[in-house]
Ligand binder design. Structure first.
Ligand code: COA
Length: 260
């Protein structure tokens, strides 16, 4: 299968490697990437030759540096809510995949990129990776499930800190707070990720799939939280601050927020 914004390689070992491929934009997620991820994971789910998935970003610098900020200039409040719901749906498909999906975080995983990693079942990172939810610095909020999944993975206190400060965490810190499962040297990352996935693929496949479903069942309240997140994401787009924050990023200057 060929995608405009993804590379897909499937090996004899049953491992599919999906690479988000917009390195000149640090693999930022635009509508095409979301459509491609949606189609790709639908196909991987159906492909009996695929037993597990590694998801990574092209180029040495970034996993995914977030949603494509250039798209935000065109969004009013209802369009922003729809934008969040679309991303949530694609990420939900990844989380619901019956085969283990590991995010291989080879650099920046910021905003929607961090949320994409959170939607994967497990996360491994290069020692040079940086993760964070910088949305408040742009006048918006995480809209692809970050407000729901991050607290479940790292606990509410640390998640609140990350979301309200917008700060980046190093790979070492990400490991310490349980945000990633393993940290490897950059040159070893892909081989080690494959080996890590291999330890899962040696277990009974149905039992692995049932375990993932059971773990997900603890999230039964999530649909309401996700809908609320999308509505609040839309609310953020009714502010002057979001125009200022997004404009400032695109013009490479510091934003001056007015709080309205
Ligand atoms: N959306 C759109 N474009 C993005 C992007 C994003 N989220 N992140 C990076 N890019 C683009 C840059 O605009 C630049 O494009 P250009 O070369 O056409 O000008 C290119 O990717 C390289 O990024 P640059 O900022 O020059 O790299 P850097 O090394 O100076 O900084 C980051 C790297 C990740 C710190 C910085 O790109 C950044 O802060 N990105 C946005 C992160 C973010 O806020 N994500 C959440 C969005 S909700």
């Amino acid at each position: 299968m060929v995608f405009e914004t993804l590379l897909l390689e499937t090996g004899d070992d049953g491992v599919a490697v999906v690479t988000v491929n917009r390195p000149d934009k640090l693999n930022a997620l635009n509508a095409s990437v979301l459509d491609d991820l949606d189609a790709c994971f639908a196909a991987l789910e159906e492909d009996d030759a695929v037993r597990g998935v590694l998801l990574t970003g092209a180029g040495g610098k970034s996993f995914v540096a977030g949603a494509d900020i250039a798209q935000f200039t065109a969004l009013d409040s209802p369009a922003a809510t729809a934008f969040a719901l679309r991303g949530q749906k694609v990420f939900d498909r990844i989380e619901r995949c019956r085969k283990p999906v590991i995010a291989v975080i080879n650099g920046f995983a910021l905003g929607g990129g961090c949320e994409l990693a959170l939607a994967c079942h497990l996360r491994v990172a290069s020692s040079s990776a940086r993760m964070g939810q910088p949305e408040v610095g742009l006048g918006l909020i995480p809209g692809y499930g970050g407000t729901q999944r991050l607290p479940r993975i790292v606990g509410r206190g640390i998640a609140t800190e990350m979301i309200l400060t917008g700060g980046q965490v190093t790979a070492e810190r990400a490991f310490a707070i349980g945000l990633v499962n393993r940290v490897f040297e950059p040159d070893d990352l892909m081989a080690e990720a494959r080996a890590f996935l291999g330890t899962i693929l040696r277990q009974a496949p149905v039992a692995v799939a049932l375990s993932m479903e059971a773990i997900r069942a603890s999230d039964l309240l999530q649909p309401e939280g996700m809908a609320r997140e999308a509505a609040l994401f839309g609310e953020a787009f009714a502010t002057e601050d979001v125009r200022e924050g997004v404009g400032a990023f695109l013009e490479r200057r510091k934003p001056a927020f007015k709080g309205r």
